[in-house]
Ligand binder design. Sequence first.
Ligand code: PGA
Length: 260
Amino acid sequence: MKRLLIGTNLKMYKGIAETIAYLSELITLTSALKNDLELFVIPSYTSLDRSHQITCDSHIRLGAQNMYPALEGQFTGEISPRMLKEVGVSIIEIGHSERRHVLGENDQFLNKKVLTAVEQNFTALLCVGETAEQKSFGISDEILKIQLAIGLKDIKPEQLNQVWIAYEPVWAIGVGGVPADPDYVELRHQTIQNKIREMFGPIQIPVLYGGSVNPSNAEGLLSRRFVDGLFVGRAAWEAKKFTKLINQILPIWKGKNEHE
Ligand code: PGA
């Protein structure tokens, strides 16, 4: 049985004490489900070291929200793969919409990060998604294909098992975001899988959906074909609520995998 891939990015929320309290509770609450889950949490940099100490013997994998594509150098304010390895990180989130649209990161730069992350034996979690304006022009699929063509360029076939994709439409993310319709999401996920197949042949990379996932839409989203997991923001930031959400959707996941 394929495990449910689900995780959360804590963005610029929760200091060290809050993160540790959150993770401790989440480890306890989800421990009975661990054989069904591939669960990951992506806290702030300053919490990573302590987070590693409490997650290293648990079923929770730790991610970093960003990484500079060089082992060391004159890059003030940046963080290197070597430093992230030192604090037990195994997943690197790359190109979240806030990095793309608030911090101005482009596809070429994100490609360097993806290549560095996989070379350094991390799982690269590449986020893609169109803006509201791009959607209004009807070019969502074109945007996704460009983001994948550039973002995954030069990945070696043997490194593809270290790549996850998160489809996160920019207009669906965060406070003020509009939750995406499952029909719409299914089509975009299909576009993503088709593009991956065109680039690399018949392989399957997990594609997660993210953007205002909450208890009222999670089942509908996860039940769709091509939706291989969920990347949750606000609805996951309290351990009890996150566990409740996971318990709510696990039967959907199991049912879907039985039929595939
Ligand atoms: P949200 O965040 O669930 O709070 O919309 C999702 C994300 O930014 O990944």
